[in-house]
Design a protein around this ligand. Structure first.
Ligand code: PEP
Ligand code: CO
Length: 463
């Protein structure tokens, strides 16, 4: 690719661009990050790409989840470990219930920059630039806090490194070993209405593991069979550019700040700077697809971003809302099919279902989230394809940000434990409930009886 460089995006219009007070300082920070060691390696990036290719063929299911925005303040061991626990439990439910290996992709270790609908915010007659995530500025409502500070890119890179370091240690240290399902139980799982369904499943898995091991006389593959990959919205292009490099013995360029960057809905303009940047990197990438994207624009995006029809390269993450998916999705499925490019389809049932309560609190209703996911499974199936993944915003704690779910949280409960600065997340129970629902749905679509989960074939169903 001769007409592309890690900086060629600068010649295009960048939506959501940040106006820094001093460009020289931005350049200095980008040069500094470029010299630091990468957070991920090219072989991990390529391994993820081949797993996503398997997901597109129906051999795996993608589970992508984490905070709407990570914050520097909550880069701590409990927050990270709890997120890993809930993602592990969800993936276990999916592996077991759906009999499908799972690709685990965290929205973490770099999910620090946020697109905003409004440039600025006004409170009591004072107008300041909007908060755009900890990579750019601070949330406090003062002129100093809201002024974009390039040093925050360095702080973000460091925290991403701390986060990924801890996750790698947990994975290697056996925290994710399914022989130790008891490590993953969060304290309050015992009170959950779904505890019994989860425990029953965990017992079945333990028994199947023991059975397989005694039959084979060995531990099937050790605990390396559980992996985590990282992802974040590739929104802030100076930051993305900084770790875009060539790698010995590989062709092309890799973004080594994450395994999987994605293009958000507000920056998916085929002629814009983000698409220009993304077309030149070899990572597997995602694109958020929302209402208003025409079939023609989708075809153009697919052609630009995956001209060689490479399997695993492109994941389309659709987010329409439970009341719009039935109208919006089918024409896009048709358009993608017409390109003959193998794309992985993933449903984000969160971002099209955001509401504001009368009291001005952003929330999402669990029933609408579940309904969008259910419709997604059915629409893909009816069109002769398959839904290959789900993308959720979740917290490992008992936050109260989305209403509904097994405990039927009400609007009045929201103020109890609402800690997100940005979008409302599913709490641990709601996330697990959604995974149980997805697993049941997949079993039903595959023709299994939905209540009989049966014993999984460990060799086939885990990885
Ligand atoms: C997000 O994933 O947090 C987000 C902003 O999504 P979208 O681009 O789909 O609105
Ligand atoms: Co969000």
């Amino acid at each position: 690719m001769t007409d592309w460089s890690p900086e060629s995006w600068k010649s295009k219009r960048a939506a959501q661009a940040v106006a820094y007070p001093c460009q020289e300082e931005v350049d200095r920070v980008v040069a500094q990050i470029a010299k630091l060691p990468p957070l991920v390696t090219s072989w991990e990036v390529l391994a993820l790409k081949s797993q996503l290719a398997e997901a597109a063929r129906g051999e795996r299911f993608l589970l992508q989840g984490g905070d709407c925005a990570e914050s520097f303040d909550t880069c701590d061991s409990a927050t990270i470990a709890n997120k890993i626990k809930v993602l592990l439990q969800m993936s276990l439910v999916l592996v077991h219930g759906a009999q499908r290996r799972v690709v685990r992709l965290g929205r973490f270790a770099g999910q620090y920059a946020k697109p905003r609908s409004e440039e600025s915010e006004t409170r009591h007659g004072v107008t300041l630039p909007n908060y755009r995530g900890d990579l750019i500025n601070h949330a406090a409502f003062t002129p100093e806090a809201r002024t974009p500070d390039p040093q925050l890119m360095l702080r973000g890179y460091e925290r991403a490194a701390l986060t990924i370091n801890f996750i790698r240690a947990l994975v290697v240290g056996g925290f994710v070993d399914p022989h130790h399902l008891d490590y993953w139980n969060l304290d309050w799982v015992k009170d959950s209405p779904m505890a019994e369904e989860y425990r029953r499943m965990a017992r079945t898995i333990r028994d199947s593991l023991q059975f397989t091991e005694s039959l084979a006389g060995e531990h099937p593959g050790g605990f390396h069979w559980i992996e985590f990959f990282t992802s974040h919205e590739g929104l802030h292009l100076p930051y993305e550019q900084a770790q875009t490099r060539r790698v010995p013995r590989q062709q092309g360029w890799f973004n080594l700040s994450t395994h999987f960057p994605w293009i958000g809905m507000r920056t998916a303009d085929a002629e814009g700077a983000h698409v220009e940047y993304f077309r030149g990197i070899r990572n597997p990438i995602g694109v958020k697809v929302g209402p208003g994207l025409s079939p023609q624009c989708l075809r153009r995006l697919i052609r630009i971003l995956n001209p060689e029809n490479e399997p695993g390269r492109l994941t389309l993450i659709h987010r329409f809302g439970s009341d719009r998916i039935a109208d919006c999705l089918p024409p896009l499925l048709e358009a993608a099919r017409a390109t003959a490019c193998p794309v992985l389809w993933c449903c984000d049932p969160m971002h099209g279902n955001t509401r504001t309560t009368n009291g001005g609190v952003k929330t999402r209703n669990f029933d609408e989230i579940r309904s969008e996911l259910e419709q997604a499974f059915e629409i893909h199936k009816a069109a002769g394809g398959r839904l290959g993944g789900m993308h959720v915003e979740l917290a490992g704690e008992a936050v109260t940000e989305c209403v509904g779910g097994a405990r039927n949280l009400q609007e009045a409960d929201l103020s109890r434990a609402y800690t997100s600065y940005l979008d409302p997340r599913l709490n641990y129970e709601q996330a697990l409930e959604l995974a149980l629902f997805a697993a049941r749905k997949m079993r039903a679509l595959n023709g299994y009886a939905s209540e009989d989960a049966g014993a999984p074939s460990i060799h086939k169903a885990t990885a």
